[in-house]
Design a protein around this ligand. Sequence first.
Ligand SMILES: Cc1cc2nc3c(=O)[nH]c(=O)nc-3n(C[C@H](O)[C@H](O)[C@H](O)COP(=O)(O)OP(=O)(O)OC[C@H]3O[C@@H](n4cnc5c(N)ncnc54)[C@H](O)[C@@H]3O)c2cc1C
Length: 499
Amino acid sequence: MLKFSVAATALLRGVAAGATTSPCDALKAAGLGERLILPGDAGYISEVNSWWAKNGRQNADCFVLPHTREEVATALTALTSGPIAGGNSSIAVRSGGHNAAGFSSTANGVTIDLSPLNATSYNAETNIASIGPGGKWQYVYKELFKHGITVTGGRDGDVGVGGFLLGGGNSYYSGRQGWGCDSVINFEVVLANGTIINANRTVNADLWQALKGGGNNFGIVTRFDMEAVQAPLIFTDTRFLSKNYSYAMVDAVVGFADSDESLADDAFFTFFSHDTDTSPEIFSAAVHVNTQGITNNPTPFDEARSLPALQNFTLVEDIATAAAQSQVAPGAWSYGMTLTFSNDKQIANYVVTRHEEFVESLKKLMAPEDFFTQMFLQPLPSYRWSIGKQRGGNVLGLDDLTNNALLYTAGVGMFSDDAPRDEAYALLMEMEDEVVAFAKSVQGDMEFIYMNYADAGQNPLGTYGASNIEFMKDVAAKYDPTGVFQTLIPGGFKIQNVQ
Ligand SMILES: Cc1cc2nc3c(=O)[nH]c(=O)nc-3n(C[C@H](O)[C@H](O)[C@H](O)COP(=O)(O)OP(=O)(O)OC[C@H]3O[C@@H](n4cnc5c(N)ncnc54)[C@H](O)[C@@H]3O)c2cc1C
């Protein structure tokens, strides 16, 4: 069991005897004055607005942008062990800033922004790519492509390395390589006490495994060393169709989830959206990728290819270009949630219909052009479950599954600050409840909640299985005995909160 010290919280909150220094002053005193962005500084507003979702754009007392792992360690120890008086302050840790729930920012304390730690390099002798947490996937790929290689990273080019890999990482390469975290062969980590360690198969192996899916519960990762794979040009086929063809998209995604390893190099997902910028009506869409650049590999998507598309882009391009062109616009208030089901067409059809009802309900709250929705179905064929274990193990708790599955995500975005956000969020939660109930009614609910897509009210770590939960608690207590990552860094899913 974790026994987190009240003293750690007291220190940051300035309750320590005689504390008078603010957290930002403590950082200055530690020699990090040059790395601070303070309210009133020229770059302060653009720093706040550099988070993808409006929900994440929070006015910290100051931002600290370390340039080295040593500066990360200095920042962390200055914030957690000095005589500081910041009131009810907290610390946030940010890499790419794509988390929509506000987990990587704080309005009341200090945000450690790892953006400058964005170097990417490749060692051809070891076939290891070393990647800074502050990198964004499109730039990581661009650098690695110079060497003809890539890694199991994100599909949206603006997503950050740090959060993606610590939460798992669903990639075009996942059919062959597993979750992104399964390709991490070493993490360089700054612990709460400022110690810098490595975690890999032979050194701190428990931490290595816990970081593969366990989120920000253990330390700040300052470098990910990943096994590289060859990067031939990839084939991408992106289609937007009328919602009349939604059920053809369901057939394709269910077919992909039922496929065997012969399609391990083919990635596919389908989504359904209301977005008046793209189409006056709800549309369905599909993205098919062959990571080896094969343009005519037979897949369950072939039948749908003959349907009339509103738009269709078929390209053979490098992964960096594909990622750069695949970005969801920033700046909206964004709310999303995720679930995982057995690969059951009844459930897939149900969520398509339920999404259409969701859109109709939102239209009663605001004008159609004031919001957009996205509902994704992504195949998880069963041959993926064993990859994590084969590569040293992660904590996602999927190793013993045997069935094919669908990963479901649904969300709503609104650009106006005056949008009825609470009401829209309530409708999203209502939909979540009803989808869970339907999936349960047909024995298809798999309970697994994928951290990277989860709403703050969901409990992904709690779905990773009793032994993984116990393991993560033990690892957190071992490497962070005073509980800094549980109490002083509250953003994210905290293992101490899991029963
Ligand atoms: C448009 C869009 C597309 C996406 N596409 C995909 C996809 O294809 N596949 C997929 O799996 N996910 C995808 N996601 C989800 C994405 O992986 C998560 O939002 C992820 O957390 C983003 O990482 P980040 O570094 O940008 O996030 P941040 O907001 O910077 O951080 C997220 C969390 O990780 C913690 N954290 C970040 N870096 C570190 C670090 N170095 N050490 C310790 N803790 C850290 C933060 O404290 C925070 O709790 C997408 C999200 C969006 C919005």
